[in-house]
Design a protein around this ligand. Structure first.
Ligand SMILES: [Zn+2]
Length: 325
């Protein structure tokens, strides 16, 4: 189509009809607009064979760099962040549980912080869980990787109420043996006593906590994998359906942004740093060689992707939307 003189005239008339733009002083008189705050609902669903896995976010906590990595300088940690295009001002540690829907069971892997959020950027777990279409009453099994508060505190509210009332609760035997040992609690440094007491607060009122060893199918389709070091009974889980497999690695890295690329780094929370490094490498080597998708509890949401050996560390390809439901 050629543009006729009639079109041009019509366009000119349209331009003429635009009211005059406000002047700078008119803008200055308006109230400063406030950007909305908060993040998206925070759940993500994908498939592992016939199993549906839903990641449930519980926000994040922000931590200073000082002391976060025991055996790296703040400058080295800052460089690791800026090399990935990230702010070197702080570390953000997200929390991501998994709900595994097998058809006959609704299995929760770690609970998030529940009512014990460590700051204003966390505490959305239950609203995200409900937004993803779940109810606490529908959970058949809660499988725990280890007894640090950010993994178990969702089991019980501040008033003592049990949250997943109909669920069987399963926990690693080695973790139970460590944290429920009264002599060990009494001899622990004061800074650690709270963690022992919290494990009792959460688990003691539950009548039957099912305890499991490593290399066991703890519920259909989910096998416990030895990953001790972060804590004495720390456990990862292999989720399998047909030929499809995924590894929930829990805390073998804290944030994989730092500890997958630098597997020799020691995060301040690892209770036995050397064992934690061994577990990290053993599991990430296996996941790299066998191309097993990994879900990280403290990875950037939705915290699931592929790892691959890359120099002395591991590269992460967090591109799950290709397989999103
Ligand atoms: Zn953790």
């Amino acid at each position: 189509m050629t543009i006729s003189r009639r079109h041009m005239l019509a366009a000119g008339a349209a331009v003429a009809a635009i009211p005059s733009l406000p002047t700078a002083s008119a803008f200055a008189q308006q109230a400063a607009p406030t950007a909305p705050s908060g993040q998206s609902p925070g759940w993500f669903r994908h498939k592992v064979g016939d199993i549906t896995v839903t990641a449930i976010g519980d926000g994040f906590v922000q931590r200073p760099l000082e002391g976060f990595v025991r055996n790296a300088s703040v400058a080295d940690v800052q460089k690791a962040l800026t090399d990935q295009g990230l702010s070197p001002a702080h570390i953000r540690v997200p929390y991501t549980s998994l709900v595994v829907s097998t058809g006959s069971r609704v299995i929760l892997l770690d609970t998030g912080n529940g009512q014990f959020a460590p700051g204003a950027n966390s505490g959305q777990w239950m609203s995200n869980f409900r937004a993803a279409g779940f109810t606490p009453e529908a959970v058949t099994d809660v499988v725990i990787s280890h007894f640090h508060g950010d993994h178990i505190n969702g089991l019980r509210n501040k008033d003592g109420e049990q949250v997943f009332k109909k669920a069987q609760v399963l926990a690693p035997e080695a973790e139970w043996a460590f944290w429920m040992d009264d002599a060990r609690m009494n001899n622990a440094p004061d800074a650690m006593k709270g963690a022992f007491q919290n494990a009792r607060r959460v688990f003691a009122p539950i009548k039957d906590v099912t305890r499991f060893d490593w290399d066991k199918e703890v519920v259909p389709g989910i096998t416990s994998v030895r990953a001790d070091g972060h804590s004495p009974g720390h456990t990862a889980f292999l989720i399998a359906s047909g030929n499809a497999r995924m590894m929930y690695v829990a805390d073998i890295t804290n944030t994989p942004i730092l500890f997958a690329r630098n597997p020799e780094w020691q995060v301040m929370f690892d209770m036995d740093a050397q064992k934690a490094i061994e577990a990290r490498k053993r599991i990430l080597d296996m996941a790299s060689a066998d191309k097993i998708r990994c879900a990280f509890y403290h990875g950037p949401f939705p915290a699931v992707g592929q790892v691959a050996r890359d120099g002395a560390g591991y590269r992460l390809d967090m591109l799950p939307w290709q397989d999103a439901l």
